[in-house]
Design a binder for this molecule. Structure first.
Ligand code: PA5
Length: 417
């Protein structure tokens, strides 16, 4: 099970201060767990049983298996919450399945042309994921790829298209009219909270991830968070400290990891917190660092620059890869590494960074047993639950995105919609 620890060599938050804060706000944890009144329309993700039941998983696996058997390219059309969770798992696990391509997340004609070139000669299946089906990027991606599919497969094209949308939506209408497979984007789940339903689970399954293990990680995490009170509840503890740090001038949180396979998970995490908390002139700005590479850039700022950043390290316990550095005949002055495993060197780099950073800035360390489906499930639920609590502590609505809506309005005006 995932664990979290917190350290700050400068003791910005006193023990009593934290205790008082946790005591004072404990109704927030109760409310998040038990009171569905405030955000009734946005809390579908809290109960995995509802959207990731045994029956639903079996349906998704069956359809995914069909795609896996017949496709060597799978295009995921979606933007933001409509692809981030799936991409995090697909890139994180490197599962065996058709090669996954991403579309509907850019308007760049260069990228679109590159993608179409890549697809030439391949057996292609497509999954368009859109909640409101008015977003520009996936709308364009869908149109381009629909045409490409029809041009390449004629009447067979419909069999290769899977649409994930809300029941009753225009996307559903198009799907029914054209004979596409239609999956559900639950009305009560917002994009960035949609990892554990058809939206995230179907593409993950196509790419070869064991979605049952993911859901098990979610369920175990949920159980633990619902059964644990006060400071012992890791999500409440994390949310409380980040809000206290924010009150003390910490304006940004950096998710740091020494395993590049977390790169797209970090993108998911950034979206979750940025879109959920950054509103009403409030919020903690989420950024990420892929170490050890980024220690040679932002690492300097984080340690010695304006003291406005705290750090959350993602750490993996179990080794799952190995490369031994052998003795080399050239005297390159790296002989002190002879016989060492890169996994071990990477770990030592992590421990050294953690030691240095905890001396000057507040740091969380979130440790998972292994980089696998189960821990992705744990992490998704942990951060979503924590983000909900944190948003409540901050006094904002963690489930809307009014700023995004405003830019879209101007863009649609400019495009003559
Ligand atoms: O989290 C969110 O709500 C957003 O990031 C959406 O997922 C994103 O804007 C895409 O929305 P849609 O699927 O409706 O096009």
């Amino acid at each position: 099970m995932l664990t979290i620890t917190y350290r700050d060599g400068q003791n910005r938050i006193g023990t009593e201060e934290l205790k008082d804060y946790l005591q004072e706000h404990k109704t927030v944890l109760d409310q998040v767990k038990n009171d569905r009144r405030a955000y009734r329309d946005a809390l579908g993700w809290m109960d995995p049983e509802e959207w990731a039941s045994e029956q639903q998983l079996a349906c998704l696996e069956e359809k995914a298996e069909e795609v896996r058997k017949n496709a060597d390219a799978f295009v995921l059309i979606g933007v933001g919450g409509s692809n981030n969770a799936a991409r995090a798992v697909i890139k994180g696990l490197n599962g065996k399945g058709p090669r996954v391509y991403y579309a509907g997340n850019t308007i760049s004609p260069y990228q679109v042309n590159e993608l179409l070139k890549e697809l030439e000669g391949k057996s292609v299946y497509i999954n368009i994921i859109a909640k409101n089906f008015e977003t520009l990027e996936p709308g364009i991606g869908f149109r381009v790829l629909r045409k490409w599919l029809a041009g390449n497969y004629g009447i067979e094209a419909a069999k290769r298209m899977i649409a994930t949308g809300t029941p009753g939506s225009h996307l559903e209408k198009i799907s029914r009219e054209n004979g596409y497979t239609f999956l559900t984007f639950p009305e009560t789940i917002g994009g960035r909270y949609s990892a554990i339903c058809d939206v995230g689970l179907f593409p993950m399954a196509v790419a070869g991830a064991d979605i049952r293990k993911i859901v098990q990680g979610v369920k175990d995490m949920r159980k633990m968070l619902y059964e644990t009170e006060g400071a012992k509840n890791p999500a409440y503890y994390y949310a409380a400290i980040r809000n206290l740090l924010n009150q003390k001038g910490m304006m940004a949180e950096m998710l740091s990891f020494f395993e590049p396979r977390y790169r797209y998970f970090a993108k998911w995490w950034i979206q979750l917190f940025a879109e959920s908390e950054g509103k009403d002139g409030k919020g903690i700005y989420p950024i990420s660092a892929q170490c050890s590479e980024d220690l040679h850039s932002v690492g300097q700022f984080v340690q010695d620059g304006t003291p406005m950043i705290f750090e959350t390290f993602l750490d993996i316990k179990k080794q799952d890869a190995s490369y031994i550095l052998e003795k080399d005949l050239t005297d390159d002055r790296f002989d002190y590494l002879n016989g060492m495993d890169l996994w071990e060197i990477n770990k030592k780099a992590f421990e050294a960074t953690y030691k240095a950073h905890t001396q000057s800035l507040p740091c969380f360390r979130i440790q998972v047993e292994e980089l696998d489906e189960y821990s992705f499930g744990e992490l998704f639920y942990f951060f979503e639950f924590a983000c909900y609590i944190s948003g409540m502590l901050l006094g904002i609505n963690p489930f809307d995105q009014p700023g995004v809506e405003a830019y879209k309005r101007y863009m649609f005006e400019a495009l003559g919609k």
